[in-house]
Design a protein around this ligand. Structure first.
Ligand SMILES: [Zn+2]
Length: 249
């Protein structure tokens, strides 16, 4: 599978052209998953195995502001004013980023699209270049599993030393290893707070999932598996799409 996955990104498979044609055969993969689903970990694995850049929206904004590109300055004006960056500006930032040489063969999008409006804007942008999202990969974790993962954080009362149940428990339950003070949970980390926050985040995510189900781009991998198994599932899904594309060619 690794050989096939690497073959997919072999230089020369897609020609490099100047201008907009350079987008024509780019493979754009959208990574979807709720907070706590392990998206960051898997994005790093996919980036390394596929040799395509991982484009996280936060990094996109930070880089554009740092490099002071025209679109970056425009985005900065919104951020400085404490306003959301409009989707049109984000799409143009993305266009700038995808035009860079390292993204010539494809890119992995993380954190965008976050809403159906953004997903449709992305589709329209790609369609203008004769392209589309090649795959929307969902790392699927049931909501209650997410609550469990995200609500494991405890800190000690005396100094805030962090623990995580069950990942990094103290030696004695409920007591800090370092200073012996009691472990407490901040309101933000309590299951009921996390459950409420997730509900609104999952509503947007579920709408985006349905969008990609309707376009046929959605591929789902069970996020309750080990990190290695999830990676294998994601790479397998990309490989199947590439094989399908080659079969039609
Ligand atoms: Zn402590």
């Amino acid at each position: 599978m690794l050989g096939r996955a690497l073959a997919w990104t072999r230089p020369g498979r897609r020609d490099w052209h100047d201008g907009d044609e350079r987008f024509a055969r780019m493979t754009l993969v959208v990574l979807l998953g709720a907070p706590g689903a392990g998206k960051g970990t898997q994005a790093a694995v996919l980036r390394d195995r596929l040799g395509i850049p991982h484009i996280a929206t936060g990094d996109l904004f930070r880089a554009a502001v740092r490099d002071a590109t025209p679109v970056g300055l425009e985005a900065r004006a919104y951020m400085d004013a404490g306003r959301l960056v409009p989707d049109g500006v984000t799409i143009r930032l993305l266009e700038e980023r995808l035009g860079r040489p390292d993204a010539a063969r494809g890119a992995l999008l993380d954190g965008f699209p976050r809403t159906v409006v953004q997903a449709k804007a992305l589709d329209a942008f790609l369609a203008g270049r004769g392209d589309r999202v090649a795959a929307a990969l969902l790392i699927d974790v049931p909501a209650e599993d997410l609550v469990e993962r995200l609500s494991g954080r405890w800190i000690c009362r005396a100094a805030g030393h962090p623990y995580h149940l069950p990942m990094n428990p103290p030696r004695v339950p409920g007591v800090c290893d370092i200073d012996g003070s009691a472990l407490i949970q901040r309101d933000d980390d309590k299951p009921e707070t996390i459950r409420a926050r997730l509900a609104s985040q999952l509503a947007d995510l579920n709408a985006v999932i349905e969008h990609y189900r309707s376009t046929g781009a959605l591929r789902t991998v069970d996020g309750r598996q080990s990190i290695g198994e999830v990676s294998a599932g994601l790479l397998g899904a990309i490989e199947a799409i590439d094989a399908g594309a080659a079969g039609r060619a």
